[in-house]
Every structure is written in structure tokens, then in C-alpha cells.
Design a protein around this ligand. Structure first.
Ligand SMILES: C[S@@+](CC[C@H](N)C(=O)[O-])C[C@H]1O[C@@H](n2cnc3c(N)ncnc32)[C@H](O)[C@@H]1O
Length: 416
């Protein structure tokens, strides 16, 4: 989330203007000596006044320096990086520097929260009240309504769906799903005021019975009921949440994320759209990422098909990394790689081509995974002729998918 308000340093007017046009704060002791610049100002962090002391060196179009912050509940130092834009200077988010920020955020339990706190103060520290919050891993930034609409459209939300929004803000995702598509669901957020607002807005929209909001940590939320899960969280938070989603969501659950992907888990679909009402970023565009929760299919599978009056044995060794699958089938003592392999939720499909006395025999399998069984059809094509048979496979060995060994991101070490 590039929560970078445009920071225009107008030294002549002694004003540090923070855009998008929300408010300005007066600079105290602004100094420019050669290429050294320094100034102080006071602004609110999480409702408490805090003093910022910025000190840096101007190099061409960039300022590099440090910022000291002291407030009632927050204290520390972080890198300060700014770059010149037309008419002013813009804060630059320095991820490396942010990772080293102090740990006095309200939530001691999460280092990421402390990191977020750094993001917050670097980027959004005097933005509008709507963008401030008490604590949490991800600051509150509402998804523009046209992006909400697109996300729900991509997920093909319908009246049978149960939509869960992790970090639900003012509740717009679940409320829209309920109002526009007749879905049900809930959202969780750490910010009680936003939760109350969500419930109020749901009542106002006439969907209070179908869209509910709870003050709850997303890491402690049972998401297993979701058929659609939506997120607009920081990239690291997506990676932190990813193992929970993989462990808890039912295969076939659709996941839609605003702006950030899930690292190694490549999306099944992604798109970019205009978002004129987006309160952050400069290009007023949003990204939407979409995944279908894959069933666990890795392991060994066996089945038989009657071919020319005789049962033919198949053994498939299937490897899986998220929704990507590959493997080999042993048929009639010969091993062949599967082709065109696809896994979408519980739907699996692949083909196998074997050479049979000079002729090529193509088996096309498609079916649905139900625990340790696959039920579907096999299409057998010899030259132009084809026939269809029932396909019933049983898993004889269950292997851990490759993605299960991926580690969540390393949390930054916080100085004392
Ligand atoms: C970027 S906003 C997204 C709001 C809403 N989903 C939307 O798209 O409009 C992220 C929200 O996540 C909430 N949040 C951050 N960390 C959280 C946590 N650990 N548990 C629950 N909510 C959290 C924040 O309070 C904030 O409202």
C-alpha cells in the first residue's frame, strides 16, 4: 500500500503541506545550510500529538536523512527519504529502513504492527481522520467502490456465497456483496470504530442480517466458512496470512486481493483498472488479484480403465505447488509425463499420450477431487475415434505439496 501523501516542502512559506489536500502543519525551525535541511513539526499519530524532527542532506532531486519521532505512545527514529516532485518533495517509502523501525506500536504481539507503524508515520501520519487508526498491521484505506464492484464481479459472487473480508474497514466489501448479489458474510477489523461504522452502514443499506462486522484480529479469525475471501492488506501481511488461508479455506474458495499479490502463489487472474477515487498512490489505478483455492492433490493415485476388454492399470505420481501440478503416469509398464495439467479448486484435468503399436493413444482425464478420490470422465482417442468412460481414481499416497514448506516472511528484528 503506497500510502504516500504528497509532501510539499515549501520552505519559504514555512509550511509543510501534506497532500492530498488534507491539512497542513506549520514547520518549526526550518533550516537550509548548504545541502543540509532540517525542520520539526507536530502532528497526530493515532490520536496523540507527536513531534517529528527531520534532518537530511539534499542530493539533486533526493533528500536522505533521518526522522526522530517522540509522542506519548510512540518513540523512535527512522530513515527519511524524499524525492522532488513538481513543486515539492514526496516521501519515499524505504522498505529496508522501515524494517528497522522501533517497536513501540500499540500491539506488542506483532512486529509487523510496529513495522506498519513506521509505514504509517512515514507515509500517512497527518492524513485525514478516515485514514488513521489505533493499531493494526495494515492502515485503513478504503477500496474505491468501482474496485469493490470489480473484485466481487471477478469472484462471481452470487446469493449462495459467504464473503469474508479480512480487515473490513467500513464494511463496503461485504455490504456490497450482500446488497448487490444477495450474498451473506462478515468482516473483521481491529478498529472498533470502523466495525461500528460497518454495522451502521449495513443497517442503513438494509442488509444488517446478512453483513456483519466484528472487532477481531484477522489472525484469529476462522475463515473456513468463506466461499469468497477478500483482502486489502499490505504485501507482508498477505504473506503472513497465506498459510492460514491455505490451511483453512475449502478448495474452490475464491480469493480476491486489492493491489497486492501473494508472493510465490501466482494468481489465476490479475487485472489493472482505473480507480479515480483512490485515496493513495499517484496513478489512480488499482490491481486486482484472483486465486481459486486449490485442493491438495499431491500424491499417488491409482485407477483402472477397461481397454480392449482388459483392465488397464494407471498409477499417477502428482506433484503440486499451489495450483500448479505436474506428474507422470505409469500405464502398462510405461511412464509418461502428463500434459495440459490443470487444477482449479477441486477440478482436475490432464492428458496422457501413449504409443500403442505405432498408433498414438490419447487419454484425456477430467474430474472432481473428493478427499482421496477423483470422480470424472476419461476420454480415449485413437486416431479420430474416441470414446468416453467413467474415471474413478483413488489416492494411495498423500504427499505434502511444495508450497507447504514455504516459510512466512521473516519479521524484522526490532532494536530495543
Ligand atoms: C487497507 S484497509 C482495507 C479496508 C477494506 N477491506 C476495504 O477494502 O475498503 C485494511 C484494514 O485492515 C484492518 N486491519 C489491519 N490489521 C488488522 C488485523 N490484524 N486484524 C483485523 N483487521 C486489521 C485495518 O484496521 C484496516 O481497516
Amino acid at each position: 500500500m503506497y500510502l504516500l501523501p504528497r509532501v510539499n516542502l515549501e520552505l519559504r512559506s514555512r509550511l509543510l503541506e501534506l497532500k492530498p489536500g488534507i491539512r497542513s502543519v506549520s514547520l518549526q525551525n526550518p533550516r537550509l545550510r548548504g545541502d543540509q535541511i532540517s525542520f520539526n513539526f507536530t502532528a497526530e499519530v493515532n490520536g496523540d500529538p507527536a513531534r517529528y524532527e527531520l534532518d537530511g542532506r539534499i542530493e539533486g532531486d533526493a533528500i536522505a536523512g533521518s526522522a526522530a519521532l517522540s509522542g506519548k505512545r510512540i518513540r523512535g527514529r527512522l530513515d527519511w527519504n524524499a524525492k522532488r516532485i513538481a513543486g515539492g518533495w514526496n516521501q519515499v517509502q524505504n522498505r529496508k529502513a522501515l524494517a528497522m523501525i522501533f517497536g513501540t506500536a500499540a500491539r506488542k504481539t506483532s512486529h509487523i504492527a510496529a513495522k506498519f507503524c513506521g509505514v504509517f508515520l512515514v507515509t500517512g501520519f497527518v492524513s485525514a481522520p478516515a485514514f488513521t487508526q489505533d493499531y493494526g498491521d495494515t492502515p485503513y484505506v478504503p477500496t474505491p467502490q468501482n474496485v469493490v464492484d470489480k473484485m466481487l464481479e471477478v469472484a462471481q459472487v452470487g446469493p449462495k456465497d459467504y464473503v469474508i473480508d479480512l480487515g473490513s474497514g467500513d464494511g463496503r466489501m461485504v455490504i456490497t456483496a450482500a446488497k448487490k448479489y444477495g450474498a451473506r458474510g462478515f468482516g473483521v477489523d481491529l478498529d472498533k470504530r470502523l466495525v461500528a461504522m460497518g454495522n451502521r452502514l449495513a443497517a442503513r443499506a438494509g442488509v444488517a442480517d446478512r453483513a456483519k462486522f466484528y472487532a477481531r484480529d484477522l489472525y484469529e479469525t476462522d475463515v473456513s466458512r468463506a466461499t469468497v475471501l477478500t483482502i486489502y492488506l499490505l504485501p507482508e501481511v498477505n504473506l503472513m496470512v497465506r498459510p492460514r488461508l491455505l490451511a483453512m479455506l475449502k478448495p474452490g474458495t475464491r480469493i480476491v486481493s486489492h493491489d497486492y499479490d501473494m508472493g510465490e502463489w501466482t494468481p489465476d487472474l490479475s487485472l489493472i483498472l482505473d480507480a479515480p477515487d483512490k485515496p493513495v498512490g499517484r496513478d489512480h489505478r488499482s490491481k486486482v488479484f484472483y486465486w481459486i483455492m486449490p485442493a491438495t492433490v499431491s500424491g499417488k493415485w491409482r485407477w483402472q480403465l477397461p481397454v480392449e476388454g482388459k483392465p488397464l492399470n494407471f498409477e499417477l505420481a502428482l506433484h503440486q505447488n499451489f495450483q500448479n501440478i505436474e506428474g507422470t503416469v505409469e500405464v502398462d509398464g510405461r511412464k509418461v509425463a502428463i500434459e495440459d495439467a490443470k487444477l482449479a479448486g477441486t477440478q482436475i484435468g490432464f492428458s496422457v499420450v501413449v504409443n500403442d503399436n505405432g498408433a498414438s493413444l490419447r487419454y484425456q482425464f477430467s474430474g472432481r477431487i473428493v478427499n482421496n478420490a477423483i470422480e470424472g470422465q476419461a476420454q480415449i482417442m485413437r486416431d479420430q475415434a474416441g470414446r468416453q468412460l467413467a474415471w474413478n481414481a483413488t489416492r494411495t499416497e498423500l504427499w505434502e505439496p511444495a508450497h507447504a514448506s514455504l516459510k512466512p516472511p521473516q519479521l524484522p528484528q526490532m532494536p530495543n
